[in-house]
Write a protein that binds this ligand. Structure first.
Ligand code: GSH
Length: 218
């Protein structure tokens, strides 16, 4: 019997869900997923049992409850230390935590103006200046990481929590046709090619269109 259950919401819209789910996949955790609609009152009651914040993702592992994506990532790193979710080098590890924190608490303009929507594609999307500032900062983060640690992922040869945190940004850049330099474009393609990303996207495309879900991430 599996010991872990990850509660998530829509695969098409749920950017935080995607982050937590990717972290669990990168960790090699054997888990079952439970998909809830946050707008369903019955589901809200059930979610409260699993996530004190009533937000997803939330993880139950060996009867231990963890909610909030950063906490889930740190917990997974503790129970799966060999998975390399955080870099081995202390300086790189600190850097990884810093950019994960920056994603977790920041980029509100990007997240609001360009919500994750895997089924959509906008060829000529007008990006307002504050969202563009967020994009510029993310490009700077990615380029610094890829140059310092040599790629192909943000902290080198292995995917880390940082790649999971920025994966919904990758999908947004593609959905909204954000112009990127070749280095960042290639990084986006590598993230999209990950088997776990492909698995998530395939499931997202099969979700019913009328799923009741937030169209923005806060
Ligand atoms: N800070 C939280 C954010 C999670 C979050 O906002 N989740 C959204 C869905 S992606 C949610 O559960 N919304 C439910 C609701 O608003 O009722 C985290 O890092 O996990």
């Amino acid at each position: 019997m599996r010991k872990a259950e990850l509660t998530i919401s829509s695969k098409n819209y749920g950017a935080w869900s995607l982050r937590g789910w990717l972290m669990a996949k990168f960790a090699g955790l054997d888990f079952e997923e439970q998909v809830v609609s946050p707008d369903d009152p019955a589901m809200k009651a059930e979610m409260l049992l699993m996530s004190s914040s009533m937000l997803v993702p939330s993880l139950v592992h060996n009867k231990i409850k963890v909610w909030d994506t950063l906490a889930i990532g740190e917990y997974l790193n503790e129970i799966k230390p060999k998975a390399g979710l955080l870099p081995a080098d202390a300086a790189a590890r600190a850097h990884c935590r810093a950019i994960c924190g920056e994603m977790h608490s920041g980029f509100a303009s990007l997240r609001t103006a360009l919500p994750m929507n895997l089924k959509a594609h906008f060829a000529d999307f007008k990006i307002w200046s504050r969202a563009q500032s967020d994009i510029d900062r993310i490009v700077e983060i990615w380029k610094e990481c890829l140059a310092n640690y040599g790629g192909p992922y943000l902290f080198g040869a292995q995917v880390t929590l940082a790649d999971a945190m920025y994966a919904p940004v990758v999908t947004r850049f593609l959905t909204y046709s954000v112009a990127l330099d070749p280095v960042c474009s290639a990084y986006c393609q590598r993230i999209m090619a990950l088997p776990a990303m492909q698995e998530w996207i395939t499931a997202a495309l099969q979700e019913p269109d009328d799923i009741d879900e937030l169209d923005a991430e806060f």
